[in-house]
Design a protein around this ligand. Sequence first.
Ligand code: HEC
Length: 174
Amino acid sequence: MNRRFRQRSRGHLHNGRKSTAGLRLKGLAVKKGCMNQWIEKAALAVGLFVLGGQAAWSADTTPALQLQHWQTQAGQAGDAARGQVFFNASHGGRWSCASCHGPHPTGEGKHATTGRTIAPLAPAFNARALTDEAKVNKWFKRNCSDVLARECSASEKADVLAYLIGLRPTGVRP
Ligand code: HEC
């Protein structure tokens, strides 16, 4: 189709060299053709972007990097035992973390209100857990405000992460 278009343009050039109107028209036609191609490409790019967005998971971090990040913020190492207590404790509200994620976050959780199944939080049991920074931040924010009526502190996050990362298939903690 492109070749045919070019041949037609060349034809115009030979036949209508003297006619400025013809040349102007040709110029317009060429511009329009390019524009259409550009629009097609842009639409394709947008389509791919939307498709990619639907996966809603970008593996841009690792559980270890997340732990490191919050340990640095807290200025102290995450404590798995403290994280386990924090995870199962009630903090004055209706829910604990375990209300939705279960007392053993090595298995699937069940949302306390919607009943929706939640994938295991412990990375050794779910390769996707704690690998998408925006997702981890979003859920820490939402879940902590549900359970503690405030954001979790950096050391609370480091403790929970140390606890979750420490959960291994062979035992509760290494
Ligand atoms: C009301 C239910 C509910 C409670 C309570 C809750 N969570 Fe969640 N949490 C969720 C849901 C739903 C998700 C998203 C799961 C998904 O989309 O894979 C999630 C995701 C997360 C994630 C991100 C997991 C990932 O895949 O990277 C972390 C971390 C997390 N929760 C920690 C906590 C902690 C810590 C607490 C307690 C302070 C808590 N949650 C309490 C429902 C809850």
